[in-house]
Design a protein around this ligand. Structure first.
Ligand SMILES: Cc1cc2nc3c(=O)[nH]c(=O)nc-3n(C[C@H](O)[C@H](O)[C@H](O)COP(=O)(O)OP(=O)(O)OC[C@H]3O[C@@H](n4cnc5c(N)ncnc54)[C@H](O)[C@@H]3O)c2cc1C
Length: 423
C-alpha cells in the first residue's frame, strides 16, 4: 500500500537523517516527513559503541538521539527494522519499496544510508570470533567477546581500532594492534600525534605492530586461534576485531544512476548528480571547502559533519540553499585520553607544540602559510574550543606566541593579516 500524501522520504535512520528531519520542523516545514531505517532502534549515537557502551558505562536507551515519541510529537513518521530495497523515480517524485513489501510515495528523496564496516579479504575472516564495530548489534557481540579470556588482536590502527583496544586493556585483555602502514591513525592525524598515541597505548600495555600485514586468520573448530602476518609470524588470538575503515552504502544511489566517487557525489547544497536527490552524512562525498589545494571531494565521517550536513540539506529542501561551509571537528576517546581535532591537519606546513606531551595534556597547532588551519588537542578541551571558535570566525593565532601556556589561547586570537591566503 502506498502512503497517502507524498512528502520527504529519508532512507536511513542515523545521525544525519534525524538532524535533517529536526531542521525541517524547526524551520516550520509541516509537510509529511518519513524516516525509514533498517536497524531496530530509532536514530542512535554510534561513538559510544567503541567507548562507553562497550566498556559497560552506558546503556542502550542512552544512545538514542531522538526517541520515537519526540519524532511522533513533531509529526515525523519513523519506520524501523525496515530496509528500502528499491526506488523508482518519476518527474513528480517516486516510490520506495521496502523489504517487507511496503510502498512509500515520496516527493523528495534523501539518502542518509551511512556506511558499513569494511571487511578483510583474507582466508578465515568469516570465522565466528572475527568481529566488526559499526552497529549496536556489532557492539553487543564485541562487548560479550571482550569479557571472555584469551588474547585479542585488533586489525587496523585507526580511531575505532584504538578505542576498542583501550577498552579491552581496561577490561584486562591482552591486546595487539596490527597496522599495515608505518604509523597509527595515519589517515587523520599528524605524524607527531601518531607517535604520541603509539607511546601512550604502549604505556597502557597495548602491543602495537606497525607495517604488519595480515594474510590469514587461523581457526580451530570454527573459532579463531591466531592471526598470520606476512612473513610467517603468527599472533595467538581468541578474538579478532577488524577495524579497517568503512565503505559508503551506495547501493540505492547506484540503482538510481547517481554519480559515485567513493560515496554519493553531492554539490555544496547536498544535491546528487540528478539535481533532485539529496544525500547526507557518511554516504556522501562533498566538495572540499576547508583545506586549500586538497583533493576536490571528501567523505568526512563524524558526528559534526553528519549533523551539520543534515541541517544544510534541510535548507536545500526548503528552497533556501546555503553552501555547506562547516569547520570540521572530531573527537576520539582512547581510554582515559580524549583527543579533539578541529580544522584540517593535511596540508599544514608548520606545527607549534603547546604544553608538554609528557603530561598527556597538550595541543598541536598547525599552520599553513603562517595561518592557523587546525589543532589537535589531547586533554586540552579549552584549547580545542578556542581554536574552533577562532576558525569559525576566520581568526588566527600568531605562531610565535602560541607555545606560551602562560598566556590563555583566547587572548591570542586575531584576524589574519590583510592579504593572507585562504584556508
Ligand atoms: C563505532 C563508531 C564510533 C564512532 N566514534 C565517533 C567519534 O568519536 N566522533 C565522531 O565525530 N564520529 C564518530 N563516529 C562516526 C559517526 O558516528 C558517523 O560519522 C555518523 O554516525 C554518520 O551518520 P549517518 O547518519 O551518515 O550514518 P549512520 O549513523 O551510519 O546511519 C545510517 C543508517 O542508515 C541505515 N540504512 C542504510 N541503508 C538503508 C536502507 N536501504 N534502508 C533503510 N536503512 C538503511 C543504516 O543501517 C544506518 O542505521 C563513529 C562511528 C562508529 C561506527
Amino acid at each position: 500500500m502506498a502512503s497517502r500524501e507524498p512528502g520527504t522520504l529519508i532512507v536511513g535512520a542515523g545521525q544525519a537523517s534525524v538532524s535533517l528531519a529536526a531542521a525541517l520542523r524547526d524551520a516550520g516545514h509541516d509537510g509529511p516527513v518519513t524516516i525509514v531505517g533498517e536497524e531496530r532502534l530509532p536514530p542512535y549515537e554510534r561513538p559510544p559503541l567503541s567507548k562507553g557502551y562497550l566498556a559497560g558505562h552506558r546503556d542502550e536507551a542512552s544512545l538514542v538521539i531522538r526517541s520515537r515519541e519526540w519524532l511522533a510529537e513533531r509529526g515525523v513518521a519513523l519506520l524501523t527494522d525496515e530496509r528500502v530495497t528499491a526506488l523508482d523515480r518519476d518527474e513528480m517524485g517516486g516510490v520506495a519499496t521496502t523489504a517487507s513489501g511496503q510502498r512509500l510515495d515520496f516527493a523528495r528523496l534523501v539518502l542518509a544510508t551511512g556506511a558499513a564496516a569494511r571487511t578483510l579479504p583474507v582466508p578465515g575472516a568469516d570465522l565466528e570470533d572475527v568481529l566488526a564495530i559499526r552497529t549496536l548489534v556489532d557492539a553487543d557481540r564485541l562487548a560479550a567477546a571482550l569479557r571472555a579470556d584469551g588474547p585479542l588482536v585488533v586489525i587496523g590502527g585507526g580511531f575505532l581500532g584504538l578505542e576498542v583496544a583501550a577498552v579491552a586493556r581496561e577490561i584486562g585483555r591482552e591486546v595487539t594492534v596490527v597496522e599495515v602502514t608505518d604509523r597509527l591513525l595515519a589517515r587523520a592525524v599528524s605524524p607527531a600525534l601518531s607517535d604520541f598515541f603509539r607511546a601512550a597505548h604502549e604505556r597502557r600495555g597495548v602491543r602495537v605492530l606497525l607495517g604488519a600485514s595480515v594474510v590469514r586468520i587461523l581457526g580451530v573448530d570454527g573459532h579463531v586461534a591466531g592471526v598470520e602476518l606476512q612473513g610467517g609470524d603468527v599472533l595467538r588470538a581468541s578474538t579478532v576485531v577488524v577495524s579497517i575503515g568503512s565503505a559508503p552504502r551506495v547501493e540505492l544511489a547506484a540503482h538510481l544512476g547517481l554519480a559515485l566517487d567513493g560515496g554519493v557525489v553531492v554539490d555544496e547544497f547536498a544535491l546528487g548528480s540528478d539535481r533532485v536527490t539529496v544525500a547526507v552524512g557518511d554516504c556522501a562525498c562533498v566538495p572540499q571547502f576547508f583545506g586549500r589545494g586538497l583533493p576536490g571531494l571528501v567523505r568526512p565521517e563524524s558526528v559534526q559533519h553528519a549533523t551539520d550536513h543534515g541541517r544544510s540539506a534541510a535548507a536545500t529542501l526548503l528552497g533556501q540553499p546555503t553552501a555547506y561551509r562547516a569547520v570540521p571537528w572530531f573527537w576520539s576517546d582512547q581510554g582515559d585520553l580524549r583527543l579533539q581535532i578541529v580544522g584540517l591537519v593535511a596540508g599544514a606546513d608548520h606545527t607549534v607544540v603547546r604544553g608538554d606531551p609528557g603530561t598527556e595534556a597538550f595541543s598541536l597547532l598547525h599552520y599553513r602559510d603562517g595561518l592557523l588551519v587546525a589543532a589537535e588537542c589531547v586533554g586540552s578541551a579549552a584549547d580545542h574550543l578556542v581554536v574552533k571558535r577562532g576558525l569559525e570566525k576566520g581568526l588566527t593565532i600568531e605562531p610565535g606566541a602560541a607555545a606560551d601556556t602562560g598566556v590563555p589561547l583566547k587572548r591570542l586570537l586575531s584576524p589574519p593579516a590583510q592579504g593572507s591566503a585562504d584556508r
